[in-house]
Design a protein around this ligand. Structure first.
Ligand code: GAP
Length: 442
């Protein structure tokens, strides 16, 4: 069997985007109104994929550790939060506006000329704050001005004392949170890679200052390996430490975990040493004492913070691209999403070989009803078996269980495995056991 991964990068991206739409992973946002640029809606399978990513992250970073606590803080926060964090003053990109077509560009994109309409009537480059402004309540004045959070992290910092109180955690410990963030990006694009509304998975890990370097290295390694464990190919993942000039205003050190997307190596997640910047700033702006009593040295300290911060949407895109596989089987094209068993949206498909045989359909539906109590399953009888297999391969379903005429006699079904396409007969009464052995990852 000749196996060939699509090597043309543009084509690979086009194929992934088209599969996402065709099979219900990702749709254009507000599509029936002509779409709203750079907004995306996750369809039935995309919603499952994202959920599986978030669950794996939550499980690995919270349930499997004793030094972490979870949080789900509000998107809208007191405007002073953003003054304290430095976002009001510093969270900006340089932009140039075309006075003719009103399109906004980064200065390096519009070198004296608008790339859209060709006009050279451009504004000077000026700082454009990326935070989404909104107003609390009915009156839209300066006093009611607030922002949609551009990162979930600040919700953790402002809850530092609350979490210390309720969890009685001792350093080092972390707080993990998953939630939406918003940035009025000047150049969104590359499908879901850079959008204005996105979801983040962030950990703020509080440590003694003298241990910051050690835990920074630890988290870089931990987070890099997490992507590998969930199936990303090693050759598509790399670490890129930031140069000093590149560091955000709060960071002492930062490394990106980059993925080799079809459009080039790009950031999946960043791990930063934020020092004591955030707690010092919030203590100053709120007037609250945000220090920690260290029983070891019997003194109060301001912990340093190590922050692994990743995007759910970017992770989903990387997992989709990495899983995409094309091959020829008996002169026919087969497209497979080779997701890991944890992430794949559908684990099992139950397929009757003939839909016009009521006994087969009845038996298949019974098996489906039983298995769906335990696993993400689908039932499908709307095409020939060959087509049904291709359909399931294309969305990454791990196993297809086919119920055929013989099943009525020998009480067995054919189990076909996605990657190898190997088939074996399994007793219906052993199916639960079989699935739990194959699918259990906990
Ligand atoms: N709290 C630190 C922070 O927000 P960041 O590097 O700006 O750091 C962290 O963002 C992660 O959030 C990125 O690595 C990326 O995965 C995701 N992210 C940031 N901006 C994004 C955007 N416009 N669209 C999609 N994901 C984004």
């Amino acid at each position: 069997m000749a196996i060939s991964k699509t090597d043309n990068h543009t084509l690979l991206m086009e194929n992934v985007v088209s599969l996402c739409k065709r099979r219900g992973f990702i749709f254009q946002g507000s599509e029936i109104y002509g779409g709203l640029a750079n907004t995306w809606d996750y369809g039935p399978l995309g919603a499952e994929l994202k959920r599986n990513i978030k669950e794996a992250w939550w499980r690995d970073n919270l349930y499997r550790r004793s030094d972490m606590a979870g949080l789900d803080s509000a998107i809208l926060m007191h405007p002073k939060v953003w003054e304290a964090s430095g976002h009001t003053a510093n969270f900006s990109d340089l932009s140039v506006d075309c006075k003719n077509c009103k399109k906004r560009w980064r200065p390096e994109q519009a070198q004296g000329k608008c790339p859209q309409c060709g006009s050279n009537d451009l504004t000077e480059a000026r700082a454009f704050n990326l935070m989404y402004k909104t107003h609390q309540g009915a009156v839209e004045d300066q006093a009611s001005l607030t922002y949609l959070r551009p990162e979930t992290a600040q919700g953790i910092f402002v809850n530092f004392l609350n979490i210390l109180d309720v969890s009685r955690k001792k350093l080092p410990f972390g707080v993990a949170q998953i939630g939406k963030s918003f940035r009025n990006e000047i150049t969104p694009g590359n499908f879901t890679f850079r959008t204005r509304e996105f979801e983040q998975m962030e950990i703020e890990y509080f440590v003694r200052p003298e241990e910051a370097d050690k835990y920074y290295a630890y988290w870089v390694n931990e987070r890099y390996n997490w992507y590998l464990r969930l199936g990303i190919k090693k050759q598509n993942l790399r670490l890129r430490p930031h140069a000093k000039e590149e560091l955000a205003h709060y960071a002492r050190a930062c490394s990106d975990i980059e993925y080799q997307f079809p459009f080039g190596w790009s950031e999946l997640e960043g791990i930063a040493n934020r020092s004591d910047f955030d707690l010092v700033q919030h203590a100053k702006f709120s007037g609250k004492d945000l220090s920690y009593f260290d029983a070891l040295d019997k003194k109060r300290i301001i912990p340093y913070i190590i922050e692994p911060s990743g995007g759910v949407d970017r992770a989903a895109l990387a997992f989709l691209v990495d899983a995409y596989w094309e091959e020829k089987v008996k002169d026919e094209n087969r497209t497979v999403l080779k997701f890991s068993k944890e992430l794949t949206p559908v684990k099992i498909a139950v397929l009757p070989l003939l839909k016009n045989r009521p006994q087969l359909v009845e038996l298949a539906k019974k098996i489906y009803e039983d298995l769906r109590k335990h696993y993400a399953c689908v039932y499908d009888d709307t095409a020939s078996i060959g087509k049904l297999y291709r359909r399931q391969d294309e969305v990454g379903t791990l196993f297809c269980l086919t119920v055929d005429v013989q099943s009525l006699d020998d009480k067995q079904v054919t189990v076909r495995e996605r990657d190898t396409m190997k088939q074996e007969r399994i007793s219906i009464d052993k199916l639960r056991e079989y699935c739990s052995e194959k699918l259990n990852h906990y």
